[in-house]
Design a protein around this ligand. Sequence first.
Ligand SMILES: [Zn+2]
Ligand SMILES: [Zn+2]
Length: 443
Amino acid sequence: MEKQPRSSAELGKLANVVVDPNIPIRFYFRSADQLFKQARVYKLEHDWERAYILHMKYTTLCLSELPKHPTYKHAEYKANLKVMKKNCLEAIESMEQMKPVLDDAYNAHVKKIKEAQELEKATSIANQTTQWQSQQRSIDVSHPSKEWSLQDALKGVIGVGYGEGAKTFTTGYHQKADYPSLSLHNQSDGFVYQPKLGHQQTFIQPPQLPPKISQQPSLPLKIPIDRSRDIKAPELPPKIKLDNNEAVHRSGVTTDASTERGEPLRKLLLPKGLQSKFLSIADNNTRKKIETCGILAGTLKHNILKITTLIIPKQTGTPDTCTTENEEDLFDIQDKHDLLTFGWIHTHPTQSCFLSSVDLHTHCSYQLMLPEAIAIVCAPSHNPNFGIFRLTDPPGLDVISNCKKTPAFHPHPDLPIYTGADEGGHVSVSDYDFIVLDVRDKK
Ligand SMILES: [Zn+2]
Ligand SMILES: [Zn+2]
């Protein structure tokens, strides 16, 4: 089902960003960068709504929230701030372009809805009239031999006194007419016509004017019916269909997957061969019982996140941990290839397939940056030997992001902190080629 367009004001409300002063500011620079890259993609695809939200998030983060961070003014971040300011100018300019387009679409939609409602109202009245008149017709048919009489025809017509009829109008109106078995509220005179069961048929429709006397004295009682046929009941409005222009405002593929909070998750494509490729790269370490990690990077297109690249960063591993080194280099690589970060993959050479407390904290950073971010665990010596996970939200993301416990391995509350992301989730495994960037030997 098409969704109704949203105004720029409504979209702006979806652009909430909160900065935690305890999280290193470098995380937010990465976050901002991810936001901006995605915003640009949506704008290029004319997906104005998503583009607007992300641009708004970006400017809110960079201009309102990040300056509150305790290390914002540290000299080492000068270059980051410079990039941010430049991007903010672009973001603001984009938002200024998109705002009138979005609001026009929104206003047009509101107008269309109003028109449809009015039409529906008119249709309902007309249908009521038609129903009533068709019942009249059936009465007419059931008494075909009844002669039309001018006198009868004028009976009960408001403002027309005609012999006996005038009297009947005031005294016996209801008894005279056999109205359909529903109560009709006449909009013109405000009168409620109640059905009566007396079968004294007079086929007169009080709300209708009689035929002109001089014109058709011999007409049978078809006149009211014929007139009713002239009242064209407007056809029911077709289902409101957004025009192409509006549909373009929020295009792309959507999935049914969502967080526990109900926030929709975009589809994340994972290449089928990634696990075995990663295991072969990690094999050396695995045999030494040392963990290996990789970064899942990729592109955004038509609202689908696609893992296109497996980056093996410089790292140090132990039997139960793995730490990325020279993260800045890693970010440079991703920038150079215009890649977004979609999560990470690591081995458990000896342990089973789960997320340790250290893993949970590592993954939290990824998922705070991108709700669809995943953690893949390969546990070659166990069954299952492969798991695709994300933190639940809630409670997982909040629990972990607010957890300040030490040491590195520590217990967490007994809650469903993480969950599988593939079966019934937003991750879809598909057979396609991907690139491996092993930068471990490079600086
Ligand atoms: Zn682990
Ligand atoms: Zn913790």
